[in-house]
Design a protein around this ligand. Sequence first.
Ligand code: NAG
Ligand code: NAG
Ligand code: NAG
Ligand code: NAG
Ligand code: NAG
Ligand code: NAG
Length: 308
Amino acid sequence: MLPPHLWSFISATAVALAATTPSRRATVCNGHAEFCSRLYSNVTYIGAHDSFAFSEDPLALAADQRVDIPTQLDLGVRLLQAQGHMNGDVLHFCHTSCELFDGGPVLNYLQLVKTWLDANPNEVLTLLFTNPEGLSPAGVWKPVFDAANITNLTYVPPSLPVTQSQWPTLGSMVDNGTRVVVFMDAEANGPDPTPIILPEFTMVWENPFSVTNASFPCSVNRIDGPLATEEHMYLINHSLNINIIPIGSGVIISDPLAAPTTNGITSILADANGCTPLGGNRAPAFVLLDFVNIGEAFQAVDLLNGIP
Ligand SMILES: *[C@@H]1O[C@H](CO)[C@@H](O)[C@H](O)[C@H]1NC(C)=O
Ligand SMILES: *[C@@H]1O[C@H](CO)[C@@H](O)[C@H](O)[C@H]1NC(C)=O
Ligand SMILES: *[C@@H]1O[C@H](CO)[C@@H](O)[C@H](O)[C@H]1NC(C)=O
Ligand SMILES: *[C@@H]1O[C@H](CO)[C@@H](O)[C@H](O)[C@H]1NC(C)=O
Ligand SMILES: *[C@@H]1O[C@H](CO)[C@@H](O)[C@H](O)[C@H]1NC(C)=O
Ligand SMILES: CC(=O)N[C@H]1CO[C@H](CO)[C@@H](O)[C@@H]1O
């Protein structure tokens, strides 16, 4: 029989432990049990380039996707890329300009994403938003995340930059409910930052974009210091463009007719393998595609992830 003061010590300890230990332990993360113990940075994810710019109309030349956001996510897309522009005084996702392609308010988009996240609690998702107008992350972007109630789901690293080996495991992100990683290409480390939006190029490098060579020769195109190249994750911009007006500097658009080949296993693996030596002998973390519903992207990514 333990003396009462010892009992109260033991139960207080148990309460303290329960408070610091997540209430559940994920057994499946992003569809695979073995991913729960893998670092976020050691998984290859399919990304949808211009995810908001979807249209079933093949003549909508500014559309780089054919299926909507929930369908992209249900297919297995785990990085959504989108480009923010002000339309009047509302933040929209638009392709190059809102006159060319207006994907609607970012709030509507993030609400769709939140609905999907709530329905899929064991999934880690990356958002990569580009900020060509240099809009304030704290003043313009974060309020939209707050309004969509995604702020609480973001992963905020204890310090920046995070090296490739310092990212948490998918399991710990799922257990803590901090399973949305938000990157931005510009201004995230500018004068008006927010901890929920991370500077992309200090932690992720990219190969060239607007490529018209189907062999996708790899090089480190956009990157920022101070970390060494191989301490970054990397993203391959695997969309093949076509010059539809080959005069002067031309007009290039993503080539939908080539999508079955571009998004085929052979082309994706060749691009990834070409970049592997530059990326510390690791596979790309992100394979960014147009027309994600076409081709064999999800089989290719299983191979890169060592899934039989
Ligand atoms: C915000 O999301 C959290 C969990 O993600 C949920 O518990 C909460 O009810 C949501 N709040 C609103 C106002 O939707
Ligand atoms: C985030 O969670 C905290 C408590 O966990 C809560 O006070 C806050 O209202 C939540 N924010 C949103 C946007 O739901
Ligand atoms: C999850 O929470 C635990 C306990 O607070 C912490 O040690 C760990 O770093 C957190 N992981 C993530 C991914 O935030
Ligand atoms: C395409 O890339 C391959 C591989 O790097 C290279 O050998 C070839 O010359 C390139 N073709 C053109 C037209 O640039
Ligand atoms: C994950 O680690 C394995 C083993 O080192 C490596 O083969 C693979 O390329 C890595 N993947 C990524 C995305 O880092
Ligand atoms: C993340 C991202 O979208 N990177 C680039 C991929 O290619 C397009 C052009 O097709 C660039 O605008 C993006 O910045």
